[in-house]
Structure formats: structure tokens, C-alpha cells
Design a binder for this molecule. Structure first.
Ligand SMILES: *Cc1c(COP(=O)(O)O)cnc(C)c1O
Length: 390
């Protein structure tokens, strides 16, 4: 059986976790939290990176920092994970879903302006599959109106847009280190503070609403409750597991890219024949091979594809059911304008297994079966056409 994902494990991890266990405290903000945040600040040229318990937690911190209240509106794509919306709904916001672009599956930057009202308090973009949204245009639209931008860069660690690391472009950026992501600590994340006016308050919110971070730095002689907040610090137990992967980030990234490229090259001919569509990486974007998806003709073809692959022992999975069609999405949000692409494109998309250290035999087996399905499929539709002509 080839799983959809196999969590990254580097043998060096046990050394770091052991070090955290035997020599250091296991609560948050110890040696490894410092090492990981400093590594990211340096490599991504980020002003400030604060480790969190998840990307969900990072998004929640962002919603508190932006003072989201009852009656505010927050713009985002509907094609995303629930946390992107939930973090803002929990603060009372109404979600305004904007359609995606069919090529990248990212929010359509040209449809954002029409969704903005006086109530718009934030624009949240999601870099789907680690491929960047059109950030220049989005920052321009938001900047003109003074609306802050949050990047849900959960899938975008080690991806770049015109030389800038994803997560460092908006006012705030959110990373995930969940076990399904490229770099992992089981459950974990980070918030990137790119607009430093949010920094002091971010530290407080992350420390249960106290100024304990300033106290640790020796800036004040006792700490106290100063704001709302929660327990958003990850344990050193988790962060120490991540550290070795950051040190090996280039190797892990290259390894994933090689799988992605292999799939792309093997399947390109089917794209040329119009049987499938492959991911598009716009100019100026460097991606991290977080995901490899193909788009089939329609929902029915996709269902047959998934069960075909399952029968061959290969786990392929579809992705988000658009949030505006869900029970909570209807209650807490609305779609701005027409849903031209969100539902249609999401129903055709299926993801192939991509993970670090995939064996050559595994990659080949995936491709061989995808090709067999596509050949069989084009044959079927060819026969259908013949029959239809009779
Ligand atoms: C994975 C993911 C999240 C949630 O990350 P957690 O660390 O599990 O909270 C949020 N948004 C997107 C786009 C994701 O892919």
C-alpha cells in the first residue's frame, strides 16, 4: 500500500528530542523554540517568528491582533481549510468568500475589490499547494484601503514569491507544522509578525494574555494579566523534533521537488491531449512541492479514479469541500458574487502521494497506475463518442 503521506522522520530527531528531555525544560520557549524561530527569521528574512501549537492557533492570534469583532467582515477563499475561517468567526466576524482562479486554485485577486465594504477588516489569502497568490496585486488593493493582509501559508513553508518567503509578505503570516505538512512537529505552527506594530501584543496573546515574555527578557520585574490571550506556546518536546528538519530543509525540499517533477514530466502528454490539467506555477513563484494534484474531467471521473487507485493499493485523496457549501459556512459566511470556479474546480481535483524519501518504485507505481487509468478512460470516452454518433 502506498500511503498518501508518510510523515517526515530524520534519525537526528531523536538526538534533539533526547536533548530536550534530558537537559532542558519541556514547556514552551526553551532552547529549541529559540533555535527554530531564529532559523526561520534568518532563512526567510522574517522580522519575527513566534512558534505556536498549530497554524490554527497562529490564525487565532492573528484574528485577535487585528481586533476582529462582531459585525466585521473578513475576505478569504472558500476553497480552504476550516481554520482559516474559524479563527475569525470565533471573534464574531462574518466571512465573505471570494472565488478562486482555476489555474492556481488561489483567491482571484481581481475579484477581491468587489467584495470589499466599510466593514472589511482583513483579507486572508491561502497559498494553495505552496504556490503563491498574486501578492503584489493583493497588497496593493489592501494597502490603498489600509486593510491588513494575513497569509495562511500553512502549506507554503520554503516557497517564495518574487524572492520573498511566503508568510513574510502580508502583515501577518501563519505556518503549519502538522504531520501532513512538509516540515513537522506532529502538531505545531508559527506566526510571522511582519508588521512590527503587532509584535508586543502578539507576545502577550501567545502567553495567556500576560506580559511574561517581557518579564523573561528582564524588561519588567513581575508579570501580570494585561490582555486577552490563550496558551499558544508549543512544548519543547514538539519543537525539538522539528529542528533537525529545518537544518535539512534544502535536502527535504529538493527530495520532494524531484517527485513533483517526475510526476509532471510523466503526465505532461496527457495535459497536452486535454485529458487532465496539471498544476500551474506562475512566473516569479518558487514552490515547495507540498502537493501534486491533477484535475480530471469531472466529479464522476474523479470518484472512479480514486477507487481505481485504491484497488491498486495507492491512496489518492480529494481536497477541500468549499466552505460556503458547509453547514457552518452558510451560517457564518456568504459568497461574494458568482461561484464560477470554486465548486467546479474543487470537484475535479485529486492529489497524488508525495512525501519525503518516496522510493523510486513507489513513484513509478503511482505513475504507472495513473497512466493506465487515463488511457483506459480516454478509450472509454472515445467509444462513448462513437456510440453517440450512431
Ligand atoms: C494544514 C492547514 C491549516 C491548519 O494547520 P494546523 O497546524 O493543523 O492547525 C490551515 N490552513 C491551511 C491552508 C492548511 O493547509
Amino acid at each position: 500500500m502506498i500511503p498518501f503521506n508518510r510523515t517526515v522522520y530524520l534519525p537526528s530527531a531523536l538526538g534533539y528530542v533526547g536533548d530536550a528531555v534530558f537537559n532542558h525544560k519541556l514547556a514552551g520557549d526553551g532552547k529549541y523554540t529559540k533555535l527554530c524561530s531564529e532559523w526561520m527569521e534568518k532563512h526567510f528574512m522574517a522580522d519575527k517568528v513566534l512558534m505556536t501549537t498549530s497554524c490554527t492557533a497562529a490564525l487565532e492570534i492573528a484574528a485577535i491582533l487585528l481586533d476582529i469583532h462582531e459585525g466585521d467582515e473578513v475576505i478569504m477563499p472558500s476553497y480552504t481549510f476550516v481554520s482559516t475561517a474559524n479563527a475569525f468567526v470565533m471573534r464574531g466576524a462574518r466571512i465573505v468568500f471570494v472565488d478562486i482562479r482555476p489555474d492556481t486554485m488561489n483567491i482571484d485577486e481581481e475579484k477581491i475589490e468587489a467584495a470589499i465594504t466599510e466593514r472589511t477588516k482583513a483579507i486572508v489569502v491561502v497559498h494553495y499547494a505552496g504556490i503563491s497568490c498574486e501578492m503584489d496585486r493583493i497588497m496593493d488593493i489592501a494597502g490603498k484601503r489600509g486593510i491588513p493582509v494575513v497569509e495562511d501559508a500553512a502549506q507554503g513553508v520554503m516557497s517564495f514569491y518574487k524572492g520573498h518567503a511566503l508568510g513574510t509578505i502580508g502583515d501577518l503570516g501563519c505556518y503549519s507544522f502538522h504531520e501532513t505538512k512538509n516540515y513537522t512537529m506532529g502538531e505545531g505552527g508559527a506566526i510571522l509578525i511582519n508588521n512590527l506594530k503587532y509584535l508586543e501584543r502578539a507576545e502577550i496573546i501567545r502567553e495567556k494574555g500576560t506580559n511574561r515574555t517581557r518579564f523573561y527578557r528582564g524588561e519588567i520585574d513581575k508579570y501580570s494579566w494585561v490582555d486577552i490571550g490563550s496558551s499558544y506556546l508549543p512544548s519543547e518536546f514538539n519543537v525539538s523534533y522539528l529542528y533537525g528538519q529545518l537544518l535539512a530543509a534544502d535536502e527535504i525540499n529538493q527530495n520532494r521537488i524531484s517527485v513533483w517533477r517526475y510526476y509532471y514530466e510523466e503526465l505532461e502528454k496527457f495535459q497536452k491531449e486535454g485529458v487532465i490539467e496539471l498544476p500551474i506555477v506562475p512566473e516569479g513563484c518558487i514552490h515547495n512541492a507540498h502537493m501534486f494534484y491533477i484535475k480530471l474531467k469531472d466529479l464522476d471521473t474523479r470518484s472512479r479514479f480514486i477507487s481505481y487507485m485504491q484497488n491498486k493499493g495507492i491512496h489518492c485523496v480529494f481536497h477541500y469541500v468549499p466552505l460556503h457549501t458547509s453547514e457552518a459556512g452558510q451560517k457564518y459566511g456568504c459568497f461574494a458574487g458568482e461561484d464560477t470556479y470554486t465548486t467546479k474546480e474543487s470537484e475535479r481535483l485529486v492529489r497524488l502521494p508525495v512525501f519525503y524519501n518516496m522510493a523510486d518504485g513507489e513513484k513509478e507505481q503511482v505513475i504507472e497506475n495513473v497512466i493506465n487509468f487515463l488511457v483506459q478512460e480516454s478509450h472509454v470516452s472515445y467509444k462513448d463518442k462513437e456510440n453517440a454518433g450512431k
